[in-house]
Structures are given as structure tokens and as C-alpha cells.
Write a protein that binds this ligand. Structure first.
Ligand code: HQG
Length: 181
């Protein structure tokens, strides 16, 4: 994506995950909004985009953050919301090992209390180390934790997988975490 599309993608993330009210729209209970409603609202609030722009941003998105339902002409973010939405995902069995990248400064706290959701609805876990490194590196110096997802699952903890292969769970107690050095 070029720089302008990255800016459009960030704007869509902001509206579809965090602040739909900032352009005067509401998401439905599962996070969807009509594309025409969204485009009108963005235009009215100083961020005009065409339908082609949106299609390109959705298609070219490095992390496939958004999905379009072409039947009903609506769009939503696949995950990462801070506003209340029910993503309607089915619980599923995770890979035995998952990864979580985080700033190095969080290590002591995570060892003490485990991973918690912070502002988001879920903790986000990655299926491979490379992806976890990229997540951690967003904020500078980072570490990667290995998450014993097989044991968590065997112990009855619930996982969901989004359409773009991010694994979600509610909390990861520290007993399931090991620093991946
Ligand atoms: C940390 C981006 C101290 C947690 C990424 C993380 C991802 C704790 C931060 C997605 C903690 C929350 C999510 C504890 C958790 N003590 N720190 N007990 N428990 N934390 O942004 O996983 O580009 O909400 O480790 O690529 O960094 O938006 O979560 O560092 O996929 O699509 O608290 O966001 O995707 O930060 O990132 P975040 P995250 P997008």
C-alpha cells in the first residue's frame, strides 16, 4: 500500500474499531456498518474515500484487518476493537504453541500477573514468532513470549481464531508463558 492508503487504513481502523461516533455512525452488534453509510460519514467528516479506495485498502492490507460482506455491502474490522462488539467467532482448538510480542519493559509485570486484555476485548496471540516480533517491535525494544496453548486448551481455556489468523483469548496466566530467548 502507498502512504495514502496506509493513512486510509489507519482512519478505517480508528472508526471501525475505536471511535465510530467520531464520524457519527454506529456499528451493529457484530461490528458491521453499511459501506454507503461509512463512505458518506467519512466524506462528511473530512476523510473522503471512494468505494475503490476502500476495496484496495481491504485487499492490500498487510494484516487483512478488515472484511467486506459483498452480499450485504457492509464492512467491519476483523478484530482489535475497543468498542463493545460480539465478533460472533466460534471457539476453536489452537496450535500447540502461540507467541506474543511485547515491549521489554512489560516483562516483570507479565511474569507477575500474566497477560491481560488491557483496552482490547481479547489478548492477541500470533501463530508464528515472526508475526509476534512485528507486533512487539511496534513500540521499540521487545521480547517474545511462548504461550503453551496446548496446555491452556487442555485446561479448558477458550480460544478463537479471526479470519486473518490472529488467535484471541481472554487471559494468559503466567504459568503458561515462557520468554522465548
Ligand atoms: C501488554 C496490532 C504489562 C501487551 C498488533 C501489549 C496486534 C501487559 C499491551 C494487535 C500485560 C497491550 C494487538 C501485563 C498485557 N503487564 N503489560 N500484565 N498484559 N500487556 O496494542 O498485543 O495493527 O492492546 O503485551 O499487530 O500489542 O492494530 O495489544 O504490549 O495484532 O491491526 O499490553 O494490534 O494490530 O497493547 O497488539 P495492545 P498488542 P493492528
Amino acid at each position: 500500500m502507498d502512504k495514502t492508503d496506509v493513512r486510509r487504513s489507519k482512519r478505517l481502523s480508528q472508526v471501525l474499531r475505536h471511535q465510530p461516533g467520531s464520524v457519527g455512525i454506529e456499528l451493529d452488534p457484530h461490528g458491521w456498518v453499511d459501506l454507503s453509510t461509512l463512505l458518506d460519514a467519512l466524506a462528511a467528516h473530512g476523510s473522503p474515500m471512494t468505494r475503490d479506495d476502500v476495496d484496495r485498502v481491504v485487499r492490500g492490507n498487510d494484516k487483512q484487518r478488515f472484511e467486506i460482506d459483498t452480499t450485504l455491502e457492509r464492512i467491519r474490522a476483523r478484530q482489535g476493537h475497543t468498542v463493545e462488539v460480539d465478533l460472533d467467532l466460534a471457539p476453536s482448538e489452537p496450535p500447540a504453541l502461540l507467541f506474543h510480542g511485547t515491549p521489554r519493559g512489560n516483562v516483570d509485570s507479565i511474569h507477575t500477573t500474566g497477560l491481560d486484555r488491557r483496552q482490547r476485548h481479547h489478548i492477541h496471540l500470533s501463530p508464528d514468532r515472526d508475526t509476534a516480533e512485528r507486533v512487539g517491535a511496534r513500540r521499540g525494544d521487545f521480547v517474545v513470549f511462548r504461550v503453551d496453548a496446548a496446555k491452556m486448551y487442555a485446561d479448558g481455556l477458550v480460544f478463537w481464531c479471526t479470519g486473518n489468523n490472529v488467535w484471541l483469548t481472554d487471559a494468559v496466566p503466567s504459568t503458561y508463558l515462557t520468554l522465548d530467548l
